[in-house]
Design a protein around this ligand. Sequence first.
Ligand code: GDP
Ligand code: IMO
Ligand code: MG
Length: 430
Amino acid sequence: MSKVDVLLGLQWGDEGKGKIVDVLTPEYDVIARFQGGPNAGHTIEFNGIKHVLRTIPSGIFHDDKINIIGNGVLVEPCIFAGEVATLRAKGINAEHNLYLSRKAHLILPSHRMLDAANEHAKGNSKIGSTLKGIGPAYTDKIARSGLRIGDLEASDFKEKYELLKFQHMQMAHTLGFDIRNFTLEGMSLEAYEQKWIESLAVLRQFHIIDSEYFINDCLDKGKKVLAEGAQGSMLDIDFGSYPFVTSSSTITAGVCSGLGVSPLRIGRVMGITKAYCTRVGAGPFPTELFDDTGRLLGEIGHEFGAVTGRPRRCGWIDLPALRYACMLNGVTDLFVTKADVMNDFDEVKMCVAYEIDGVQTQQIPFALNEVEIRPVLKSFTGWKQSLTHAARFEDLPANLLAYLHAIEEQTGAAIRAVSISPDRKDTLFR
Ligand code: GDP
Ligand code: IMO
Ligand code: MG
């Protein structure tokens, strides 16, 4: 009997999860997404070509591996059909090795409208949602009124759809949202809805499975399964910087409910962190830099959202937050990405504690957005060189190794690999 290994983000998303999943896929038989939806943008680069995945697991570029969209994931049919078409144009036919859970919930066009209505109603306290309908679709799931992929097979799907849409229209109206002027991807709601309905035909071409049985059966047969997370631990619905979070359980616990596996079947937990820190959208970010260093991290790191194109906010790595994420997830292996972005820095810093009201703490406060935090910074001498000569982890410059050792010391988790470029080949394992 084998176990499910987990790979997830330890910060506020965009840690480079897609790249690392792709690098590790040869070691696995099955890659399964367990939560989130098309709010994710996972970038994979090889042979000079860049791919961005939204709902489809990052193992899809390995033809002999099975990829699963688990029950905990939200599927938006138009965006999914777009992803499938983009892959097909690149010669990748996902139909044979991508399976979808019958229990995964659907994002309706009116969920996306409600996302916009909710943000509109929040005014200055908006979350900066990706507006993909994530919050409203998970709300319906919990409220027991959502529609699932399995419902597509039912004869009353259309009636259920219309009822849900009607409720959404009423809610948007109550929020004072102008439905008539609302557009989605440059289309009227009606035009987008038409496209959405057509896209259901694409969904139906895929293997729709009871993924909880499928995955447990694979484990019984000794097959190796990797669970791929989206977003990051600091965006988790329970433990993230609430209310500036996403609406799913982004931590290891989410794997059990998002795929239907027992906690006893969780194996290694691989946590991904950038060598610094970014956040896209609104919400607290204790180590954010508003100076030239922050601007440089963004420029050199090409820190623009893979989904929305929004500039990502940048800052030093936040060890109290990272330590918290390691605790919540039970991280066994750390992966540090984008070390190369700081190659030219004279000095590199890390936040080792928060100072709140003159008192130092390593604990994340209840309302991260309501307290004034002064990050306590530790300084390291920069390594001031390109990393391209390094063929192995041990070849990395001494100053970078010192910085990495400090991360291990502060988090208690061992680094398994360091990523030094967006490309699949530039990943140095220990
Ligand atoms: P994900 O959402 O966690 O999969 O991450 P994203 O794809 O949204 O963002 C990570 C970005 O960093 C992408 O553009 C990757 O191509 C890029 N990237 C990943 N690893 C590295 C690295 O080690 N160095 C550099 N320079 N870029 C990287
Ligand atoms: P990946 O998987 C970074 C952020 C949004 C917003 C908040 C809520 O690529 O790391 P939502 O659309 O879920 O209602 O947005 O969460 N967010 C992400 N930030 N990476 C992501 O995914 C994100 N998914 C959501 O910017 O602040
Ligand atoms: Mg991303």
